[in-house]
Ligand binder design. Structure first.
Ligand SMILES: [Zn+2]
Length: 165
């Protein structure tokens, strides 16, 4: 059994900019409108696998964190990231960018590809899932017609939830 939210029509979207270091085209700072679609598999506890409003709220909170920001992957070894109180300086491929700190969201990934953002979103959603949930599928589109997906299986051990493969 599953429930699904479509990022485009459920308005779970964000606009942001990023870069893919060393990529001939995507190595330049550029932006996308992203849509986050999520499918949650599991058994019902009561009426729902998970209440749509709760799931929407969790996704919207992540979108809010990323919306109108520069997204940087803090574990990307191709980036040299230096921070002070007011700014973040990024050096990569002989280029240097300086951003006001409030304009940036650092994500704990090694890339800001759609694939990596899916992994990030799935791991952020996992702790908020209902007890019956066994799997989360996240799809992130970079504009219409281009997207990536990631599946996170949630291992249930007694009272708590842990991330599986
Ligand atoms: Zn891009």
């Amino acid at each position: 059994m599953w429930v699904e939210l479509d990022g485009w029509t459920a308005k779970l979207r964000f606009s942001a900019c990023h870069l893919i270091p060393h990529h001939p085209k995507c190595g330049r700072l550029h932006g996308h409108t992203y849509a986050v679609s999520v499918k949650v598999f599991g058994e019902r506890t009561g009426e729902f696998i998970i209440d749509f409003e709760i799931l929407k709220g969790l996704i919207a909170e992540i979108c809010e964190r990323l919306d109108h920001r520069v997204i940087l992957a803090e574990n990307d070894t191709r980036l040299q990231i230096t921070k002070d109180d007011q700014s973040i300086i990024v050096e990569t491929g002989g280029k240097m960018y300086q951003f006001p700190i409030e304009d940036v969201t650092l994500v704990p990934t090694d890339s800001t590809s759609a694939e990596s953002l899916c992994e990030y979103v799935a791991s952020e959603l996992a702790p908020g899932m209902s007890p019956g949930v066994s799997r989360i599928e996240v799809r992130i589109d970079e504009g219409l017609g281009q997207g990536a997906g990631f599946t996170l299986d949630i291992a249930r051990t007694g009272a708590g939830a842990g991330a599986g493969t």
